[in-house]
Write a protein that binds this ligand. Structure first.
Ligand SMILES: [Zn+2]
Length: 329
């Protein structure tokens, strides 16, 4: 848990069994290697989340972290949506949204939630080009047509190149929960500090970490590091499929060197403290060793799960293995 001046409320929590998550996760992102969810399972895949009294019917969970006049609202999708976050930074006059969910229904829940805040959307920012972070952007654009979508230079090209095949694959599992078109960011986020709605952001560009290219944002006044998928929860497996073990460690060292950032906002799961950088380093280091000693995906998966038997989201291990050992194409 984070320390410092952040106050947390968990307004609702969705829960799925680990085995069910595994099936869903592999079904979601592995259509190219033949691991698909059955149609019947897909139809029954709505998470039996505890209903939040203030929002009957909402499946995702909302956590709110308050830092004086600034609030960060974290929408966490259920397992079907890979427990991915959309972050909503609420300043005095507007909301900045980071990431757009994997599936349309959860992006729709984000849109409905952000409307309750009663402030305009200043912009939407995409952290990186993995589909679980932009797949639902279509809904946000439809519901907030004036909101422009920003990303680091290079990310739009990745989304444009890989997006259509990713959506086609997802559609075989999730049907009409998947976007009908790829939403490509149109505006460029530049590195360095800038103020948006009286909140100071210091945007950073990292290559060859959890993905080929990834944004992080420091909020120095709130002592918040928005690390997205560069840091994973100590309770969960990480996605290692990009095969950047060594350089990801260097990235994590540089994040660790940033002193004073007590709260880390991550891509999957509720906010964490600084120790999550260490636990992610431990995980990546061990995963690298196991990758070096494993000849195939099955062996990698089994050894990595055995090395971290207590972690959740084991589906990420199988997903990573499928990427690491995929036949070149
Ligand atoms: Zn992710």
């Amino acid at each position: 848990m984070p320390s410092g001046n952040s106050g947390f409320q968990c307004l609702s929590q969705a829960a799925l069994s680990r085995s069910r998550f595994l099936r869903l996760a592999t079904g979601a992102l592995l259509p190219f290697v033949g691991l698909r969810l059955s149609a019947a399972a897909a139809q029954n895949s709505g998470a039996p989340g505890t209903k939040d009294a203030s929002a009957p019917g909402r499946i995702g969970a909302i956590h709110v972290s308050q830092f004086g006049p600034v609030k960060i609202h974290s929408y966490l999708s259920p397992a079907e949506g890979l427990h991915v976050n959309t972050q909503m930074v609420e300043g005095p006059n507007a909301v900045v949204i980071f990431d757009g969910q994997l599936l349309l229904p959860y992006a729709d829940e984000v849109a409905s939630y952000v409307q309750t805040l009663g402030k305009p959307i200043d912009r939407i920012i995409l952290s990186h080009a993995h589909t679980d972070h932009w797949g639902g952007l279509q809904v946000l654009i439809e519901r907030f047509p004036d909101a422009r979508v920003f990303a680091l230079d290079g990310i739009p090209d990745q989304v444009r190149a890989r997006g259509p095949a990713r959506l086609d694959g997802l559609r075989r599992t999730y049907g009409d929960k998947v976007a009908t078109k790829v939403t490509v960011p149109t505006e460029t986020i530049t590195e360095g500090p800038q103020r948006i709605d009286a909140v100071t952001y210091d945007f950073k560009r990292f290559v060859d970490g959890e993905s080929d290219l990834q944004l992080a944002a420091l909020l120095p006044d709130q002592k918040v590091l928005m690390a997205f998928d560069l840091v994973f929860s100590p309770n969960q497996h990480a996605f290692t499929g990009a095969n950047h073990f060594d350089h990801w460690m260097i990235v994590l060292e540089s994040l660790k060197a940033l002193q004073g950032y007590d709260t880390i906002i991550i891509g999957h799961g509720t906010p964490v403290g600084r120790s999550a950088i260490d636990s992610t380093m431990t995980y990546v280091k061990r995963a690298k060793e196991i990758h070096a000693a494993s000849a195939d995906a099955k062996s990698y998966s089994e050894k990595l799960k055995a090395a971290f038997p207590g972690l959740q989201q084991a589906g990420f291990v199988d997903l990573s293995a499928s990427y690491l050992y995929a036949a070149p194409h």
